[in-house]
Each structure stands twice: as structure tokens, then as C-alpha cells.
Design a protein around this ligand. Structure first.
Ligand code: FES
Ligand code: FE2
Length: 429
């Protein structure tokens, strides 16, 4: 049961945001425990030893246990009288025996023995437990959570998980918010503000998000690709927000408040000291240039970013109404064993902490203090959020498509701001 315990509440309690949204609000149309007809990362394979392990995901209790060759997954409720299967024993390879009356199932869920009843039990061959298909890739067990036939796994899982040359490190942590606000916490103007003092952004000066020049492009009905994803813009043009020709001063004046932000310039010294990091990132070829997997949102619930030196994937696995699990994948392609060793050390001693704890922990702390069930006023830099919600509702596998003919009031407001900004923008270079 250890694995489903949320990280203790340093970051505050999870709060139930489920019931306050108006039914016409698009956020309320997105299933609160996630899209089911997809593959998801369930558990690192090495966490499943002799005893089964329980993981709560998409509102379901899933028991993972070791089959003969690989980890398999089943519903945690025994089909006999509902005992919890994660308390079972696996007496023989490829079997699991319920702790209550000893019904024993094989890897396809068939009853092969009833230990409390005897070899002449008439149940044999007549009952099947609910199993979830699994595939283990790079040490992570992926589970098909849908009711229908499993979709091709390559549609849902990033290509490097199938690539022999790729080295993929992973870690995971449970956050207090529901998956919807957690998923919307991506690619808006919070990045520059919330993460301004993260170690990850050491090499970058603080800057403002600026004009919302680009709309994400829908690729294959599954991904929103950011052509000019900010990290690349930063790598290429450290003083710029989006593109060369759109450069802005480090400190800007806000006339209505009559203030400067950032307040001081001394942080530039720190930026200067870490400039070598940026140079290193710039020299690296991209991990993938497949537009579907290049960077941005991807269904069912992940965000990808190409940092040059590595590919970052944050896959948000809904736990229940109040919690979501962040599965991080960090992909590199070192060319030699020395490179592999370096990447291992780098990830375990530095990057996992700095990115997945220090940086992303800042996200976790902001979102739990959000009233997700209140009406919004969206700004021009929220277009990615608007497009994400639209992609989920219109393209989400297995969803009954709602009528989305009209933009909500908040979306119209954001659209007007985009138009205003674009009218003021210098011609693109
Ligand atoms: S409840 Fe599982 S064997 Fe009876
Ligand atoms: Fe963030």
C-alpha cells in the first residue's frame, strides 16, 4: 500500500474541486478522474517484488504483481466477495491467491484453484478476474486503463521508451491537486514568475511572457505542438521572449503601477555565472524532431519539453478527485558508456532534485491554493490552456464529444486580448 500514500502534506491538503463548476464550464466536462481509454505509466517494475503492490490510478484500485515473465495488473477487488487482492500471496509462479478464501488466479485472470474449497470446486473455469493489459518499457509498467480493446501503445507512449539508444530515467511523486488543474499548470506566464528562483532557471534571466504570438498546432489529433517553445527560444536567444527581433529589456517599466520588474538587476550576475549551461544545451542535437512528440501537451495527460541536453516529460496520472501522480521521464542519448555513466550521475545526484523536486515542487505549491471551481478571467497568455481543454474534449479517445460551438465568456475575453496584443506587435522577423 506504500505506493499510493500521497507525499505528506508539507504542500497542504488536497482539496475537492469537483462539484462547484457550472455545467457549461468546459472544465466540468473533462472527466475528474481522467481519460480512461489510454495507456498510462503505473509503477516502476522494480517496486513489485514477491508481494503485490496497490496503486490508485484514475479512481481505480489496481494491484500489480509479478507474473512468470513480467508485471501484470488486476482490479484490486476479488470477484468472489471483494477481498483486497493486494494482500494476496503469490504461492506459485504466475499465480495470485486471494487472502480470504484462497481463490487462485493465473495471469489472464482465470480461477485455476480454490484453496479453501478443494480440487473438486465447481468454480474452475467459470469466473475471470478483471485484468488490465500491461507492457513494461525501460523499467516502467504501462497499463491500459480502458474498457475497450487497447489502442496501439505507440500512440500514447513517447517514442524514446521504445528506442534502444535512449537512456530514460524516471521518478514519480503524488501532488495534492486533481489532474485537471495540475495539467493546466503548463506553458503560461506562471513559468517566468513562479519559477524565477528555481535552480533550473539559474542560467536564464527573469523575463515576461510577452506577446502570445503562436497558437499551438494540433498534430495527429493527439498533441499540441509549440513551434517556438519557450525553452528553445531561451536557448537560442537568451534575452528574448519568443523570437529574435522580439527582444525586450531585462527590466521593464509597468506604467500604471510605476514599478520596475524584476526589481533589481543583480540577478544577471548569477545568470552570467551559469551561462555555460545554456551553451552546452545549445550544442546538443534534439532528442526527437517528430512534431507530435517534440514539445507541448500530448494526450492523455502529459507535457513534453526539449531542453537540448535532454527531453523532459511530465506525465500526469490522475489518482482520484483530489490527487494526481507526476511521472517524470528524463531522456538522453549518450554515445558511450562514459556518457551513460555521466547521465546517471547527473540525473540521480542533481537533475531529479532540481527539476522534479525544486522546480516542479513550486508548481505543486501554487496549484493547491487555487479555487479551480470559480469563474475565470483568462488572459492572452492562457491560449495554451484553452487549446488543451479543447483538445481533450474534442479528441479525447472514448469521450462523448460535447457541443462546443460557443467560446465561454472567459475564452472570448482571452481572444480579445490576443487580438489586442497582436495588433501592437512588431512585424515578425
Ligand atoms: S473474497 Fe477472494 S477468495 Fe473469497
Ligand atoms: Fe511550472
Amino acid at each position: 500500500m506504500v505506493d499510493i500514500a500521497p507525499r505528506p502534506a508539507k504542500q497542504g491538503p488536497g482539496h475537492d474541486i469537483t462539484h462547484g463548476l457550472s455545467p457549461s464550464d468546459r472544465r466540468s466536462m473533462i472527466p475528474e478522474t481522467g481519460l480512461r481509454e489510454y495507456w498510462y505509466p503505473g509503477i516502476p517494475a522494480n517496486k513489485v517484488g514477491k508481494k503485490p503492490v496497490l496503486v490508485k490510478m484514475l479512481g481505480s484500485d489496481v494491484t500489480f504483481w509479478h507474473g512468470k515473465e513480467h508485471v501484470v495488473a488486476m482490479d484490486n477487488s476479488c470477484p468472489h466477495r471483494g477481498a483486497m487482492m493486494y494482500k494476496s500471496d503469490c504461492w506459485w509462479p504466475g499465480t495470485i491467491s486471494c487472502p480470504y478464501h484462497g481463490w487462485t488466479f493465473n495471469e489472464t485472470g482465470d480461477v485455476v484453484a480454490v484453496l479453501g474449497e478443494g480440487p473438486d470446486s465447481k468454480i474452475h473455469g467459470k469466473v475471470t478476474a478483471k485484468m488490465y493489459p500491461t507492457v513494461t518499457l525501460k523499467g516502467v509498467v504501462f497499463v491500459w486503463m480502458g474498457e475497450g480493446e487497447p489502442a496501439p501503445i505507440e500512440e500514447d507512449v513517447p517514442p524514446e521508451l521504445f528506442d534502444d539508444r535512449a537512456v530514460v530515467f524516471h521518478s514519480n511523486v503524488v501532488w495534492p491537486p486533481n489532474w485537471r488543474p495540475a495539467m493546466e499548470n503548463i506553458y503560461d506566464s506562471h513559468v517566468q514568475y513562479v519559477h524565477r528562483d528555481s535552480f533550473q532557471l539559474m542560467a536564464f534571466p527573469i523575463f515576461q511572457s510577452g506577446h502570445s504570438r503562436d497558437r499551438p498546432q494540433l498534430i495527429n489529433g493527439r498533441a499540441l505542438n509549440m513551434k517556438t517553445y519557450q525553452m528553445q527560444a531561451r536557448v537560442a536567444f537568451p534575452q528574448a521572449t519568443y523570437k529574435a527581433g522580439d527582444e525586450r529589456p531585462y527590466q521593464e517599466h509597468y506604467p500604471l503601477a510605476d514599478v520596475l520588474w524584476p526589481r533589481r538587476k543583480n540577478r544577471l550576475l548569477w545568470t552570467w555565472a551559469f551561462k555555460w549551461l545554456m551553451k552546452r544545451a545549445r550544442r546538443h542535437p534534439l532528442i526527437t524532431d517528430d512534431p507530435e512528440w517534440h514539445g507541448g501537451h500530448h494526450l492523455p495527460s502529459m507535457f513534453r519539453a526539449n531542453y537540448g541536453t535532454h527531453m523532459y516529460t511530465r506525465w500526469n496520472v490522475p489518482v482520484d478527485e483530489k490527487y494526481s501522480r507526476m511521472f517524470y521521464f528524463h531522456t538522453t542519448k549518450p554515445g558511450s558508456w562514459v556518457g551513460r555513466f555521466y547521465e546517471w550521475v547527473h540525473f540521480h545526484l542533481w537533475h531529479d532534485w532540481s527539476m522534479n523536486y525544486n522546480f516542479s515542487g513550486q508548481d505543486g505549491r501554487q496549484m493547491i491554493y487555487q479555487y479551480y471551481d470559480r469563474p475565470e478571467k483568462l488572459s492572452a497568455t492562457d491560449v495554451q490552456t484553452i487549446e488543451w481543454r479543447k483538445m481533450v474534449l474534442e479528441r479525447g479517445r472514448g469521450l462523448v464529444k460535447p457541443e462546443l460551438s460557443n467560446l465561454s465568456e472567459a475564452e472570448v475575453f482571452a481572444e480579445e486580448l490576443v487580438q489586442e496584443m497582436q495588433a501592437e506587435m512588431p512585424a515578425s522577423g
